[in-house]
Design a binder for this molecule. Structure first.
Ligand SMILES: *[C@@H]1O[C@H](CO)[C@@H](O)[C@H](O)[C@H]1NC(C)=O
Length: 447
């Protein structure tokens, strides 16, 4: 769509301006201006009568226009025109959803703009939303949609429940597929009534540290918060982590907490998990239930433990053997390489290392060791054990010096001498034991 780059450019200008203002003036003095945010979406049409499988392939191009979203303004917003309707001459025009956001706050709106300009991908999917309750009197007169907006690279995720506005005009154009009346501009007009957000779709934490999983929401006046539920889904099984129902909070995982009640009623349902263990890994589902709507967000939590690396010289071996022990790491994937460096030479990776079997601790972390036979050469050499693991920003390197050949020969000399000595003793012993049938006589001879 030809007019899109222009939009992005304008939004980028808005953002650049916003950043500048943030530095110069305190937040409270910022000026805000409402602009339209336009996003490319897919409309997923699910045929309820044929079950969920019917959704395959039923994706229509759609546009979402978030109307009059407040963004920081330093004057660069001049010249921005609001959405005037979609491109007219197009063979396959998208379904255009207009959504007013007067009833709820969308804290991630700026992130949505950022994403557009930073080359991150925004996934936007709109589908029909079906009410769980039948209490609502105007079920017959309204239709609901849910929009799921996700920003790639572990970015924010936003879900919006949009209710269609009553269209009183007679003779309005109907959308054939959605069976909805359209506005004179040919758009589906809605109001956002409920939003659930997370600031990141995945998080990594160190074993033993604590995690705070953000889940925020905002709802239209007239809706009541009924419940908050955090569930953990991992390897095909699910469990309740925390549940809050009209004033009553209950932790199912030891130490799990929500913020104080004021935070919750202000729209912050973040979960704090202290003392992370590997059992805490998985997909956390934050589900917010209001008197009318129920919406979830998912945050993937991964736990990492960095390896402890030690290099030692094996005792009792004829040739010097180096052992690199890599202990207490998680997850499983680790790369251990050996590098050999002579004082005047270039470091070279060496092959032929052998590995111990993998061991797993009670806590679930892994340990392995790698062994190489060292060749010190005439001048001695430095051996480096290099470990690469996802928990490490850069590979860990532990080095050790292997003694020059002469010292090694000395070691062999000592061993040879010891063996000779032992053989001598053995020989003498045998010799002395040979006359054992007559020990007394021998003793007398020595005496
Ligand atoms: C939400 O509450 C948590 C504490 O539960 C706090 O750490 C976090 O900063 C709050 N986030 C926002 C955006 O208010």
């Amino acid at each position: 769509m030809g007019w899109e780059p222009g939009w992005c450019l304008l939004l980028c200008l808005v953002l650049t301006g916003a950043a500048g203002t943030a530095i110069e003036a305190p937040k409270a003095e910022r000026q805000w201006q409402a602009v339209d945010i336009i996003l490319d979406c897919f409309l997923v049409i699910e045929d309820r009568h044929r079950g969920t499988f019917a959704s395959s392939g039923n994706r229509e191009k759609a546009l979402l226009v978030l109307k009059q979203v407040p963004v920081p303004d330093d004057g660069s917003l001049e010249g921005i025109t609001d959405f005037q309707g979609g491109p007219v001459a197009e063979d396959d025009p998208p379904v255009i959803f207009e959504a007013s956001v007067d009833l709820v706050q969308i804290p991630q709106a700026e992130a949505l703009l950022h994403a557009d300009c930073n080359g991150k991908e925004v996934t936007c999917e709109i589908s029909q939303y079906f009410l769980q309750t039948t209490q609502e009197a105007n079920v017959e007169t309204a239709t609901w949609f849910i929009t799921n907006l996700q920003i790639s690279q572990a970015g924010p995720s936003v879900s919006l429940v949009m209710k269609t506005l009553k269209n009183t005009e007679n003779g309005a154009v109907w959308h054939p597929m959605l069976n909805l009346p359209l506005s004179p501009q040919g758009t589906v007009q809605t109001a956002v009534e409920f939003q659930v957000t997370t600031d990141t779709q995945s998080q990594n934490h160190l074993l033993g540290s604590s995690a705070s999983l953000y889940c925020g929401f905002s709802m239209a006046p007239g809706l009541d918060l009924l419940g908050v539920e955090w569930r953990l889904q991992h390897k095909g099984s699910g469990q309740l982590v925390y549940s809050w129902k009209t004033g009553q909070g209950q932790a199912k995982r030891e130490g799990a907490t929500l913020g104080p009640e004021q935070l919750l009623t202000a729209g912050n349902a973040s979960l704090t998990l202290p003392g992370l263990t590997l059992k805490d890994e998985g997909a956390y589902i934050c589900q917010i239930t209001t008197s009318l709507y129920q919406v979830q967000q998912i945050i993937h939590l991964s736990i990492q433990a960095p390896p402890k690396v030690q290099v030692s010289l094996a005792n009792g071996a004829l040739l010097p053997t180096l052992i690199c022990s890599v202990a207490g790491y998680y997850p499983l994937d680790v790369v251990v390489t050996w590098i050999r460096e002579e004082p005047s030479g270039i470091p070279a990776q060496i092959s032929g290392a052998s590995f111990s079997s993998l061991r797993q601790s009670m806590a679930g972390t892994y340990s392995i060791s790698s062994t190489v036979t060292a060749e010190p050469g005439p001048t001695g050499a430095t051996y480096i054990c290099q470990v690469t693991h996802i928990s490490l920003e850069e590979p860990l390197r532990v080095s050790t010096k292997v003694v020059p050949h002469t010292e090694q020969r000395m070691v062999f000399g000592v061993i040879f001498a010891s063996i000779l000595f032992l053989l001598t003793l053995l020989f003498l012993g045998l010799h002395r034991q040979a006359p054992s049938p007559r020990p007394a006589k021998t003793m007398r001879h020595f005496g």
